[in-house]
Design a protein around this ligand. Structure first.
Ligand code: ZN
Ligand code: ZN
Length: 774
């Protein structure tokens, strides 16, 4: 939608006419008002990011990069997006109103399975489908009046953008943080692809097709996050201390990290073998009855030394593991036939290999302590280990005496979070910039000068296999090192990998976007805008944010983001919950989907935005009800009509004023009104700073009630308002418009202009000092 062509301009309503009276003021017409405001914003380029130029003083001005989530190009903006962007937009507008420089922009997350499946369903190429989606969604978001800097929007599947993924891949590869490995990965038979852990839903189902996922062995590219887990952990206290990370966001980071505290101890075998083992049960080390090793433990092959154990380990890696076999009752156990000596009494402890370790403690080795741990008790039972003191069914311990302390035990921490695969066997993704030389060069990264490796755009995936691998013109290539024949990697990067950098490019001025990436990372703009002051995203974004925090630390150490000394991309973080209806997740299948377009057409964007803010705290699930929409619509219509009527009265009376002074008996009421306004500004400022928009809306509604109450009390005393009363009333309504501006921006700016203010600039946030009674 081109907003510039929609309206004829703010003058056309004729606010300046003084003869207006109650019967002729314009009634609340959101469609007209919103089109006019959007045209005005477009004309005055209201939301362009202020340039980061030398000489533009940053003294006394804060720069705030407010980062909204990057929407998948899935087809439509849904009501969950409306909630998310209404919170972020209110915050962005509030900060602009306070005179701060704001960057508020996003990129579409366009690669990946959702877009590919959308294209398959419609029988078109993913690039066409994505382009149509981005255009349609942009139109929806513009109709909602969000104050994004559209000049900075991008689509992650454009070659200019996915070169960021290729650059990042090679950069991390050279730093040893991306590696090629083989191992068990989640695999969906239906989608014929590997899945990131974020894509495996509870119970082990594929996030897309909801069929059961298997674990298989396959060569994969991995992101090594393990190196930065301790720092991601350590920095959490700082983030919590900043007060800018809400509790939902912090707990999501703790959950993804999966920190387990305990102790570790060096175990020795009868023939001098050694293994370090962990346990969370510090005071029960002496009760260890066996040792469990993860199949991903670096030394596991050394322990599986019998042909039988080796075969079973191989089977475990390649044969696939049903999710249902991941419970302790059914999970594979391999008896290595070897033992280690108990550090307490030298008794032999059988050494077992089992993937049950991974999900609890990561790729490590642990002590099996049936007396303390229900899972360990189950395993001991399955292996028929003689255990007299196993914990019972109800979890109560059988042993009573305190075992003696064990020498050599030291505090230790393990993390459940672990390296994950970043490659997929799908065609709609960033090509991995790797070439396999037919000669002696082996695996060769594509040099940055030869990037981006372009994805053929005429691929039409069918949903099976990987069409890229079938394209000889893509696959056959010269080796970048020796010039001989070579083959390209035909896996693509999971879109989760694109998300690792998606938060950076909007900091780059559009004119600089095509520069080489090393020059882009040297731009002052990145130093000015990063870290992002606040990310506002759904509470399901915990994994994305966690991995973005990891990669920021890596790029800090590698150099490009060295200026982010804390290695944190986001100084603040707000995670909001989802929107549901009738207590259930919205779905086409249930027929309970709320269509934002329909609501906007009926009630206007201001009402829809206000309703999503009003209905629940961001941290609470919003159970959709039409009553919130009706309540907010009624409120806005009342504010509009009440303000317009008082304005018309004031103008009419100003003309007819005989100037006969009457005794002033309402001064105390005007003082009271000024105090109410001041209190409201104070409260709502605090609400907005804390992103408590639901509370801000309520406080704005309360102020409106108090303004009406003031008028009623004056009239109860004097029959009509004096000039001073009218001035006080109008000035209070002006403050109301200012406070409403971030929440319902179209109507608020119209009213602000109607009160005689400048409509060509940002409506300022009211300062408390400006509210002294006239
Ligand atoms: Zn699937
Ligand atoms: Zn070569």
């Amino acid at each position: 939608m081109n907003t510039a062509t929609v309206a004829s301009g703010p003058q056309s309503l004729g606010y300046a006419r003084l003869s207006m009276n109650r019967s002729t003021f314009p009634s609340y017409d959101p469609q007209t008002i919103e089109a006019r405001r959007q045209a005005a914003w477009h004309a005055r380029e209201a939301f362009l990011t202020p340039p980061v130029a030398a000489g533009r003083s940053s003294i006394g001005r804060a720069r705030r990069y407010i980062k909204p989530s990057a929407p998948f190009t899935s087809g439509n903006i849904h009501i969950g997006h409306v909630r998310s962007y209404s919170i972020g937009d209110a915050y962005a507008r509030f900060q602009r109103a306070r005179g701060e420089d704001v960057l508020f922009a996003f990129g579409f997350d366009a690669f990946g399975l959702p877009a590919e499946l959308g294209a398959i369903e419609r029988g078109e190429s993913p690039s066409d489908w994505v382009a149509r989606c981005a255009e349609h969604m942009t139109g929806q978001l513009q109709r909602l009046g969000y104050s994004f800097d559209w000049e900075r929007t991008f689509v992650s599947s454009d070659a200019l953008m996915y070169r960021w993924s290729q650059w990042l891949f090679v950069t991390l590869l050279q730093a040893g943080l991306v590696y090629r490995g083989t191992g068990a990965v989640d695999w969906c038979d239906t989608c014929q692809t590997t899945l990131a852990s974020i894509q495996v839903e509870d119970g082990g189902l594929c996030w897309r097709c909801h069929n059961p996922v298997r674990l298989i062995q396959r060569p994969q590219w991995y992101l090594r996050i393990s190196a930065y887990l301790p720092e991601n952990d350590r920095r959490l206290d700082e983030l919590a201390g900043s007060g800018s990370w809400d509790e939902v966001a912090l707990s999501s980071q703790r959950f993804v990290l999966g920190r387990v505290d305990g102790v570790e101890v060096d175990l020795l075998g009868p023939n001098g073998e050694a293994l370090m083992a962990f346990t969370p049960h510090e005071d029960a080390v002496a009760r260890a009855r066996f040792v469990l090793i993860s199949p991903r433990h670096p030394d596991v092959d050394m322990w599986a030394h019998t042909p039988q154990a080796r075969e079973r380990l191989e089977e475990l890696r390649s044969g696939g593991l049903e999710r249902s076999a991941r419970d302790a009752e059914a999970i594979p156990l391999i008896d290595t036939g070897r033992t280690l000596l108990s550090p307490a009494d030298g008794e032999p402890l059988p050494v077992l290999i089992s993937p049950v370790v991974d999900g609890r403690f990561g790729a490590t080795a642990v002590l099996g302590i049936p007396a303390r741990d229900h899972t360990d008790a189950l395993i001991a039972g399955r292996m028929s280990l003689p255990v007299s003191d196993a914990v019972s069914e109800d979890g109560s311990e059988n042993a009573t005496e305190n075992p003696p302390p064990v020498p050599g035990v030291r505090p230790a921490t393990r993390y459940r979070a672990n390296d994950f695969s970043i490659s997929r066997q799908r065609s709609w993704g960033t090509p991995i910039p790797i070439v396999y030389c037919d000669g002696d060069c082996g695996i060769v990264p594509v040099p940055v000068e030869q990037q981006p490796v372009l994805l053929p755009l005429d691929l039409k995936p069918t949903g099976a296999g990987n069409p890229l691998a079938e394209r000889e013109d893509f696959v056959r290539v010269e080796c970048p090192r020796c010039g001989g024949p070579a083959r390209r990697e035909t896996d693509t990067l999971d879109c989760h990998f694109d998300a690792l950098w998606l938060w950076v490019p909007v900091c780059v001025p559009p004119a600089e976007r095509e520069r080489p990436l090393d020059e882009i990372f040297a731009l002052e703009d990145l130093r000015a805008w990063l870290p992002s002051e606040r990310v506002v995203a759904g509470s399901d974004s915990g994994n994305f944010v966690f991995d973005q925090r990891i990669v920021t630390k890596a790029l800090r150490d590698i150099e490009p983001l060295a200026f982010l000394s804390g290695g944190e991309p986001f100084a603040g973080c707000l995670f909001h919950e989802m929107v549901i209806r009738d207590g259930r997740k919205m779905s086409k299948h249930l027929g309970n989907v709320v269509d934002p377009d329909e609501l906007v057409a009926r009630y206007g964007a201001d009402t829809v935005r206000l309703a999503t803010l009003y209905a629940a705290r961001p941290q609470r699930t919003l159970n959709w009800s039409d009553s919130a929409v009706l309540r907010c619509h009624r409120f806005l219509a009342q504010v509009w009509e009440y303000s317009q009527a008082r304005l018309a009265d004031a103008e009419a009376l100003a003309l007819a004023d005989d100037g006969e002074p009457v005794k002033d008996t309402t001064e105390h009421l005007r003082l009271k009104l000024a105090q109410w306004c001041e209190k409201a500004v104070e409260k709502i400022t605090k609400d907005m700073q804390g992103l408590e928009m639901h509370s801000a809306v309520r406080n704005v509604m309360r102020l409106f009630d108090r303004i009406k109450d003031f008028e009623a009390r004056v009239l109860a005393r004097t029959d009509e308002l004096s000039a001073a009363d009218r001035d006080a009333l109008l000035s209070a309504l002006g403050v109301l418009a200012q406070l409403l501006a971030p929440l319902a921006p179209h109507i608020a700016e119209e009213l602000w202009i109607a009160f005689g203010n400048d409509g060509d600039t940002q409506t300022p946030w009211p300062g408390v000092s400006s509210l002294e009674p006239a």
